[in-house]
Design a protein around this ligand. Structure first.
Ligand code: SF4
Length: 115
C-alpha cells in the first residue's frame, strides 16, 4: 500500500501506437479499478471505498439496477451492457430465473412469513 498515491495510466496501445479515444477510456477504467482496490487496502474497513462496495453489494442483492449503475466505476457502460442483454427476468441474463439473488431473497421472504 506504500507508494500508491500516484498511479500512471497505461493504455492497451502502449508502445504499439498512438492511443485512440477508446484506448484512453479503457486505460482510465483500469486505473480507476486499481485506485479503488488500493483505497480498499489503504483506507481499511468502514471507510469510503468499503462503504461504496458494501452499498454495491446491497444493490446487487436487491437487483437494484439503477443503484448499481450509480455506484459502478463506469455506470454508463454497465447500463449499456445490461440494456443490450436484458431478458424478461428481473435478474440478469447470466442465470435468469436461477438467479442466486432471487432465490435467496425469496427464501428469506418465505422464512419471514413463517415467523
Ligand atoms: S442472474 Fe446470476 S449473475 Fe445475474 S445477478 Fe443473478 S446471480 Fe448474479
Amino acid at each position: 500500500m506504500y507508494g500508491t498515491d500516484f498511479l500512471c495510466m497505461v493504455t492497451p496501445s502502449e508502445h504499439l501506437a498512438l492511443p485512440t479515444l477508446e484506448d484512453i477510456k479503457e486505460g482510465l477504467l483500469v486505473t480507476k479499478v486499481a485506485a479503488h482496490t488500493i483505497d480498499l487496502i489503504k483506507e481499511g474497513p468502514r471507510e469510503r471505498a468499503w462503504e461504496k462496495d458494501i452499498a454495491m453489494a446491497y444493490a446487487r442483492r436487491d437487483l437494484d439496477w439503477e443503484k448499481q449503475f450509480e455506484l459502478a466505476i463506469d455506470g454508463n457502460r454497465a447500463r449499456k451492457i445490461r440494456d443490450a442483454r436484458k431478458t424478461e427476468s428481473d435478474a440478469c441474463s447470466m442465470c435468469g430465473d436461477l438467479c442466486a439473488m432471487k432465490i435467496v431473497k425469496k427464501a428469506f421472504e418465505e422464512k419471514k412469513k413463517e415467523e
